[in-house]
Write a protein that binds this ligand. Structure first.
Ligand code: FAD
Length: 467
């Protein structure tokens, strides 16, 4: 039986990054992945393919503005969805190959098969042909991730009633895509098909889309997406999803108790994801799960068994690739006896629609609920020279700072390149900057980042300059 200092189960961004950090720290490391392709949800059916399709379809959206930039295209523009999906797959394959290379480079042993516990120190790898290999692990890191969840009354046929996984490889542009759940994944994939010409209706149970983010961002994004043609049914509780041939009907109850019926050709069920521990035999090692099915961990990401850790989507907290990565690094360093720390308040959240949406820290709603005295400054993109030059006028930056100390408590951005702009906000908050600190830093002109400086000025003393 081969023996390792650390065995990681699952090769998503949590698992593979953790394995690399373990190897860097000198541990004899192995990783078990049940699929032939490494990289987990994020690389195969999550972050990377969705961003590839968002980028492809964004080119099309930009074309709508070509004429105002003085660019004329002779003839009609045609969409080749097969080619678009094939390009997405090429991007995925290259990224996945990169992870395989990194495993080799770091001398990490890769086992292909389902990993399960025989005991707290012995793992089994069940391969596709049914053979079982046993390996010994001084420490194990569970990084088994998550799977799309659904509603109890929905039968996912994966043809017309689909999850994000199928939505990333459709063979045709839907005529009418009904998106159940107005969270990040539903809005991103909804916008892909909206751009490609589908009618898109979003049905959301809460009274706004992106219910976890600052309400200003939800409001602004809804406004822009409506302008682009997306339809919203918020405060609607989906009650039934049925398929007859190529027709899918979704019945939802509104606030007045009335049932509305939407008819489309595809329904995308994007109501969240569930932690995935199927086949892991966690109980054989004594690893406890929470009543929500997550692996229970303490502040050191240690499970109920001291030499077994868990990270990423399978434990509490935001289901985000970069959160999983931070946890992967943290666990490796903890095993090495170091004292790493993650500030979960500073894990940014991003929606890759266009305009992009990003946030870090507390929302205004959270500050109100906690009774924190705060001040707010905001600045619209339309007052930015850079935004006018490119024509990306939608959006704003909102800075929330402590009313007394001026420490930045939250930054919320919607607009062009918000996904990249949030890095400045995270840096500032990591170093506990005040709004005035940000406002006194030189920001290159003309850039979208100037909106952050102006919003910080507005929060400091209501003294934004360019408005
Ligand atoms: P996963 O990536 O889910 O990886 C778990 C791995 O474990 C899988 O490969 C699985 O096959 C393997 N596994 C499970 N059980 C076993 C077992 N018993 N034995 C062996 N292997 C096993 N996050 C972002 O931060 N940014 C984004 O833009 C973003 N976009 C997304 C878009 C979509 C459509 C989706 C679905 C998700 C997106 N996410 C995004 C979320 C992100 O993909 C996850 O947060 C991230 O993948 C979690 O990483 P993980 O390592 O915890 O688990």
């Amino acid at each position: 039986m081969s023996s390792f200092d650390v065995v990681v189960i699952g090769s998503g961004p949590g698992g593979y990054i953790s394995a690399i950090r373990c190897a860097q720290l000198g541990f004899n490391t192995a990783i078990i992945e049940k699929y032939a392709a490494l990289g987990g949800t994020c690389l195969n059916v999550g972050c990377i393919p969705s961003k590839a399709l968002l980028s492809s379809s964004h080119h099309l959206e930009e074309m709508a503005h070509f004429a105002e930039h003085g660019i004329e295209i002779p003839g009609d523009v045609k969409i080749n969805i097969e080619k678009m999906i094939a390009r997405k797959q090429e991007v995925v394959d290259q990224t996945v190959a990169g992870v395989k290379y990194l495993m080799g480079k770091n001398k990490i042993t890769v086992f292909e098969g389902v990993g399960s516990f025989e005991s707290a120190t012995v793992l089994q790898v069940t391969k596709a042909d049914g053979t079982v290999e046993k390996i010994e692990a001084k420490n194990t890191i569970i990084a088994t991730g998550s799977k799309p969840s659904s509603l109890p009354f929905i039968t996912l046929d994966k043809e017309r009633i689909i999850t994000s996984t199928e939505a990333l490889k459709l063979k045709e542009v839907p005529k009418h895509l009904i998106v159940i759940g107005g969270g990040v994944i539903g809005l991103e994939l909804g916008q892909v098909y909206l751009r490609l010409g589908a009618q898109v209706s979003v049905v959301e149970f809460a009274d706004r889309v992106l219910p976890g983010m600052d309400a200003t961002l939800s409001k602004e994004l809804t406004k822009v997406l409506k302008k682009q043609g997306m339809k919203f049914y918020v405060s609607h509780k989906v009650q039934a999803v049925k398929r007859a041939g190529d027709v899918v009907t979704v019945e939802a109850e509104n606030k007045k108790g009335e049932i509305i019926t939407l008819e489309g050709d595809y329904a995308l069920v994007s109501v969240g994801r569930r932690p995935y521990t199927d086949g892991l035999n966690a109980d054989k090692a004594g690893v406890k799960l929470t009543d929500r099915g997550q692996v229970e961990v303490n502040d050191h990401l240690q499970t109920s068994v001291p030499n077994i850790y868990a990270i990423g989507d399978v434990v509490r907290g935001a289901m985000l690739a970069h959160k999983a990565e931070e946890e992967g690094v943290m666990v490796a360093e903890l095993i090495a006896g170091q004292k790493p720390h993650i500030d979960y308040n500073l894990i940014p959240g991003v929606v890759y629609t266009w305009p992009e949406v990003s946030a870090v820290g507390k929302t205004e709603e959270q500050l109100k609920e906690a009774g924190v005295a705060y001040k707010m400054g905001s600045f619209p993109f339309k007052a930015l020279g850079r935004a006018r030059a490119s024509g990306d006028l939608d959006g704003l930056v909102k800075v929330l700072a402590d009313a007394t100390t001026d420490e930045v408590l939250g930054i919320h951005i919607i607009g062009a390149r918000a996904a990249d702009l949030i890095a400045e906000a995270v840096t500032a908050m990591e170093f506990r900057a005040s709004a005035e600190d940000i406002s006194r830093m030189s920001h290159a002109h003309p850039t979208f980042a100037e909106a952050l400086k102006e919003a910080a000025l507005a929060a400091t003393d209501n003294r934004a300059l360019n408005i």
